[in-house]
Design a binder for this molecule. Sequence first.
Ligand SMILES: O=C1O[C@H]([C@@H](O)CO)C(O)=C1O
Length: 578
Amino acid sequence: MVEHDVHQQTYSLVKLVVLVCLLFLSACISVEARIRHYQWEVNDEYKSPDCYKKPSIIINGKTPGPTIVDQQGVTTVVEVKNSLFTESLAIHWHGIRQIGTPWADGTEGITQCPVVPADTFIYKFVVDRPGTYLYHAHYGMQRQAGLQGMIKVLVPNGVVEPFSYDHDRNILLTDWYHKSTYEQATGLASLPFVWVGEPQSILIHGRGRFNCSAPSTDATLCNATHPQCTPYTMTVVPGKTYRLRIGSLTALAALSFEIEGHNMTVIEADGHYVEPFVVQNLFIYSGETYSVLIKADQDPTRNYWASTKVVSRNSTTPNGLGIFNYYPNHPRRRPPTIPPVGPRWDDVAPRVDQSVAIKSHKDYIHVPPQTSDRVIVMLNTQNRVNGFMRWSVNNVSFNMPHTPYLIALKHNLLHTFEQTAPPDNYDHENYDIFNVAKNVNATTSNSIYRLKFNTTVDIILQNANTINPNNSETHPWHLHGHDFWVLGYGNGKFNQSIDPKNYNLENPIMKNTIPVHPYGWTALRFRADNPGAWAFHCHIESHFFMGMGVVFEEGIEKVGKLPTSIMGCGESKRFHRP
Ligand SMILES: O=C1O[C@H]([C@@H](O)CO)C(O)=C1O
């Protein structure tokens, strides 16, 4: 009996141990399955995405780089080897809020030091929400040399989205210049100023077509039959519905995108579900992402044009063209029709209408706080500083410090940047937004806005006339580390006592990038609840380069121990351990 009991006990113990081991193993496997590793190498190489040979920056041989596809909740580890000859780099994960990992935001000068050639930097962050996001260089003007791509975050197994489709596709829209990034940056920072001008091509997922026989084109650099510049083709099966995720990372251009003869139902914007609405042209600004549903319900015996056009600027850039290919027609078969011309570049009303139409899906509303603790009005102006062309917020043009803010703030190196806070407003009474400023001179500073942790902040982006008469541009503003509620848009000068009464506080969409339309204002609200230092800037690459941005700090005391891998520049040299 006793012996039997001992056996019984031993048996139970073994069973328990085996069970614990199995549980541990499966936990390990499931944890392992929740981590995805990517290995990237960044190189300089000639590419001809529009048939014209240009020095480009590529990831694993490609631009756009590989699309990251992960499920919500996955820890994404991207090991980036910098194999550029002489340039450092940093990569930003655009739309990923980096909750608890502010050091992985990839903004040079703000959250990290640049990654020098031959070094490898490991970005590690959680893709915590389903949706469509982007990644791109955030150092100098490297983005427009090709260092960019898309991130697709899928819903977990069993989670149903508020729409259905048969296939999931994604395209990145970019504009493309033939001059190198360095030549362009040099022009912007020179006296006299040399503007980058209009892009030579619009690329649909890295493919365009420059006219090699255009006057003054160097024939030795342009090859109309280069395999890299065959048009982008999206093949569809008649009757099926496609979710098309569209991202824009243009350097300059605001775009209209359409598929000839097909309606598009907008369902997602910057990772948030939209109350569906139908468009023929989708207006998309640099830094934005949308998902649209397209049904392949037109004549299946032919192909159709996919077309994208520059709006908001009187551009010389030809429309970007691709082929919407009905299977089994040949994917290169030219559609029998003339490509769509697209909307007028200077017709602002339909663009504002689209902005206003984007509301939160009714079943996914995040109700915003009904009041805010602080209102910052940001006047956007083009200025001169010591003769140099700049852009400013409230007459302050942003300069990057040598020591990234996150490190300076966390390690109390406050002498590394100016401590006078930038202004929360401008001379509202006397500034005429409809005319060139009487005094176009501004100052530069690297001071930052320090936000009280867990408060609600309103930002009013106020547009104005540029330095040229009768001209106001569209600026897409992007906020790092947060999504914001879009409270409203208006024409002319924002009126603090009237306009807030018309804010949408019921079902505003949340976004991370938003346009401020010509001569207009855009109001947004966010919670300062993500400890770190975060950029907020115009996503036109040359404009940020010329100072059009600010930095917010919040809850710095709550930021965990910084990885030493982000250090090594400015006064952070002494903390760097390779
Ligand atoms: O920053 C810019 O400079 C030019 C032009 O204003 C120069 O005069 C332009 O169109 C911009 O967007």
